[in-house]
Design a protein around this ligand. Sequence first.
Ligand code: SF4
Length: 215
Amino acid sequence: MAKDPDKILSEVEDKLKFLSLLGVEFVSRESSVVSLEETILNCQKCPLAQTRTQAVPGEGNLNAQLMFIGEAPGRDEDIQGRPFVGRAGQLLTKIIHAMTFQRDEVYITNIVKCRPPGNRNPQGNEITSCKDYLLAQIEQIDPKVIVTLGKVAADFFIRSSLGMTALRGDFYDFDNLKVMPTFHPSYLIRNEGNKTLKKMVWEDMKKVMAFLGKK
Ligand code: SF4
């Protein structure tokens, strides 16, 4: 017996709705990340656009549970267009591996996406101009934990007059996620002989691992 055309139509509509839901969710997430990256690469919103070689949006797993956020790209990052690829980046990669993650399992970016001249700290107006990009990345990736590297990155998320030594070691709430502030890898490199600093960073990372169920 021939099927009722209305029933066939209704079944097809249901399937299309289902597929479209799956497809739209997938396409919109990927395309919104790509379009955000393109916007950052072409951004002229602050004076750093005049002195950069290229903007450095960030890289990593778009489903990451863990995000690392530094302050700004340095010389190597500005040349290569990737975050944390210089000496400090190599140390960060070692820390990530010690936490039993691979680099491509986490997401890595900076507060501002363009290199400040001479690697100076980013200024308030530059951070304000760039902050929507970072907030959009956090919304897209939706991590469980953010590790901030250095005082500039910590200040973005945590309102406190404390210095890094007093600030690090505890989780802070930012919206519905946890922020763990720790020292910037370049600070560890500048204080290479200081074993206490290294120990403090490792203690911080162990807390992050425990929170994420890593041993
Ligand atoms: S630092 Fe941010 S706001 Fe400034 S030009 Fe680069 S991407 Fe745009």
